[in-house]
Structures are given as C-alpha cells and as structure tokens.
Unconditional design. Structure first.
Length: 423
C-alpha cells in the first residue's frame, strides 16, 4: 500500500485507539493524507460542506427529536400501559410488555438508544419490583432497544441508504421481518426466564381496563400508522416523514396529552441535537474520506483480495458477519457503516449479493452492535437507568445476543427472509 493508504487506514485506527472522537480522527487522517498527496487542504472544507448537504441527512435529527418528544409527551407510557393489559398476566408478562412496547416505539423513533431509554426508564424499575433480577430487567430493555434500527422508520437504514445510494423505502421494508422475528425470540426468552426463576404472574387486566388502555393509547398507536402509511402510500418521503413525526408528537404532547410544556422544548431540542450532531459530523467528514479511499482503490483491492482468498459466497458472508460483530463490539456502529461502506459495498457486489438484501445484513449487524459488550450504546443507557455495572448486564444479555445472531443467520443466508415483503 502507498503512504497515503497507510495514513487513511493505520493512521485513522491509531487515532481511534488513542481516544480521539471518530469525527476528529477521520478529519485528522484525511488532512494528513491530503498533505502527503499534495492536494489543496481546502478539499477538506469542500468535503464537509458536500457531506452535510445531503437531503436525506435531515431525517436523522428529526427522528431523534421525534423520539424525545414522544417520551416527554407521555406516549411511551401509554404504549407500556397498553402492552401491559395484553400480556402482563402471562408467564414473563411484564418483560414481554417491554418487548411489545419497544416494537411500537421503534416505529416512532427509529433509534435504538431512544427506544431503550423510553422503555427502560419505565420498565426496568417495575420489573425489578415484580421479582425479575435487576440484571435481566436491564438486559431485556437493552435488547428491546435493538428493534429500533430494524423496524421502520430506521435511522440506521437512512444512513446505509445514503452510503450505498439505495432506496431508503425498500431498505425500511427489508427490516420488518428480521425485526419482528427478533421480537418473537425476545418474547420466548422472557417466558423461559420467568418460568425458570418462578417470577410471579401479575393479575389479568379486566375488559374495562383493556378498553381504557386502548382508548388512552390511541394517539400513540396512530403515530406509526401516520408515518409509515404516508411513506408507503407515496404521500411523503422518509425525510418528510421524520418532520411529520415531530409535528405529530409536538401537537399530541402539548395539546392532547398535555404532559409536555413549551418550557421543555429547549431541553428536548438540545438532547436531540447532541445525539444527532455526533452522527452527522461523522457522515460529513467521511465524505472526503471516502473519496480518498476510492482514489487509492483500498476498497476495490480489499474486495479483490477477499474474492481471491474466499471462493464461496456463504463463507465470505460468514467472514463478513464475524468481522462486523467483532468491530461492533469495540467501535461506533455508525462509523463502521460510513467509513467501511465503500469496502462493504465492493464485497457485496463482488459476490453478487442483492443490494437491498445486503443492506438488511449490514443493519442487522449494526443493531446487534448496539447491545454488544463492551461499548454498545444501549448497554450504557441500561447501566444509567439500572445503576448496574457493565459486567452485570453483559452476563445477563448473552441469551438475547444468541437470539440476535440466529436472526442475523436467517437474514444472511435466506434472502427471502428479508425480501419477502418487497413489492
């Protein structure tokens, strides 16, 4: 490899290991490569502007904000109450409530951290009081948060759609079956845990209580119908859907549920900006990084090496999944998609993988990374809510990780599993 290639690969990796934030590490590695290649440093500024001006990027801060508004407006509590009336009387019922509520909330926020925070903040303490071990309570909330990137609308699919230049709407559809399959697997774990540990059942909800929960939760249930119905009905684009989701959450929280005040908005906007700012900064600087990687043909050469070394498609996909799982355990998931995107796309093309199917594989990997020790975002949210250590939650979450890996296997090797709903 050339000195520039070493700068972009080993130089970037070294900066990350030294503790530099990903966006700064990318910018520094790219600046050094520009100097070595005798390219005008103004290219960095041009790349930043170009990377930040993509229309689809607007969906990221908007979906982040929608999640914050939904939680503050009380809609997440309505979802928990509704799910509780349906399954709380079953073995493992309260844990199942976390999974079912996460399914619906994921269709509102599109974010794993937002889903874990919204559902875990309510149910981790409640599950601990009901007889579940605190570690399991935290682990099931963390695992349920993983549904956020899979069930549409999904921020992770938006990012991959931008990187791979694929239809975001088709990618959304590709996440539905893997997301629902993961939800079913988590429900089974809830049942097994409660049965093995003899967790007491809660009383069955009366018909009147169930009707009241449905009536009070109607606005929360309507949100994903409005957003997803608008996208697939051709009324608005995924980016416009994110804006509609924010407007809907704002109106319901302020004027219908009335659990949110105008004075809360600066805090909620600031929280959404902090989270989305990190993601958008990585994407912006990675535009120039990707141009230099393409110029040095790093991705093409790696894909060629992999094709020469591994002849079988199934083995190449297995190697990719193993590498992705190991990287996701120690590296930011968004950074993996953006930085390694050209290389991943080259590998997928080399082995003839359908691009939408390949997107489902990548985002399923990313979703698992959100809960995988040691640095999954959702793990740290679970730690903050439960006041448990990383080790305690990590030991409890491995059965859920196993279920996630089974879903990843099905998504990888049975294309129809992810593509069955495609028009």
């Amino acid at each position: 490899m050339s000195i520039i290639s070493w700068c972009l690969t080993a130089g970037f990796a070294g900066l990350v290991l030294l503790g530099f934030p990903f966006a700064i590490a990318i910018a520094l590695a790219m600046t050094a490569a520009l100097i070595l290649a005798d390219i005008e440093p103004a290219f960095l500024a041009q790349a930043l502007i170009s990377g930040a001006q993509q229309y689809s990027l607007l969906a990221i801060p908007l979906f982040m904000l929608a999640g914050e508004l939904m939680t503050a407006g009380g809609l997440s509590q309505r979802l928990v109450d509704l799910a509780g009336t349906l399954v709380r009387h079953r073995t493992g019922g309260l844990a199942m409530v976390a999974v079912l509520a996460a399914v619906v909330f994921s269709a509102i926020s599109g974010s794993a951290p937002a889903t874990t925070a919204a559902i875990g903040g309510i149910l981790i303490p409640a599950m601990a009081r009901a007889g579940y071990s605190p570690a399991f309570a935290a682990s099931i909330a963390v695992s349920a948060g993983v549904l956020g990137p899979l069930i549409p609308p999904s921020i992770a699919f938006v990012i991959w759609g931008i990187v791979a230049e694929q239809s975001i709407g088709k990618l959304f559809i590709a996440g539905i079956v893997p997301g629902l399959a993961l939800a079913v697997g988590l429900l089974v774990i809830c049942w097994l845990h409660a049965r093995r540990n003899k967790v007491p059942k809660l009383p069955r909800a009366s018909l009147a209580e169930t009707w009241k929960a449905f009536h009070e939760g109607k606005w929360a249930l309507a949100s994903p119908l409005v957003v997803l119905g608008g996208i697939y009905g051709g009324v608005f684009t995924p980016t416009e859907a994110a804006a509609v989701s924010c407007l809907y959450a704002l109106i319901i929280g302020l004027f219908v549920e009335r659990q949110m005040k105008l004075a809360d908005l600066p805090r909620l906007f600031a929280a959404a900006m902090r989270t989305s700012g990190v993601v958008c900064a990585i994407i912006a600087v990675s535009t120039g990084f990707g141009i230099l990687v393409a110029q040095e043909q790093i991705a093409v050469r790696f894909a060629q090496w992999m094709a020469d070394s591994i002849q079988e498609k199934w083995l190449a996909l297995a190697s990719l999944n193993i590498a992705f799982f190991l990287l996701a355990a120690v590296m930011d998931e968004i950074a993996i998609m953006v930085i390694l995107g050209p290389m991943l796309i080259a590998i997928g093309n080399r082995f003839g993988v359908d691009p939408i199917h390949f997107g489902a594989i990548i985002v399923t990997n990313v979703s698992i990374g959100m809960a995988a020790p040691p640095i999954g975002y959702c793990l740290f949210i679970g730690m903050a809510i439960s006041k448990l250590s990383l080790g305690q939650i990590s030991r409890a979450i491995w059965p859920q990780i196993l279920v996630m890996l089974i879903v990843l296997f099905l998504t990888t090797y049975i294309p129809g599993f992810a593509l069955m709903l495609q028009p």
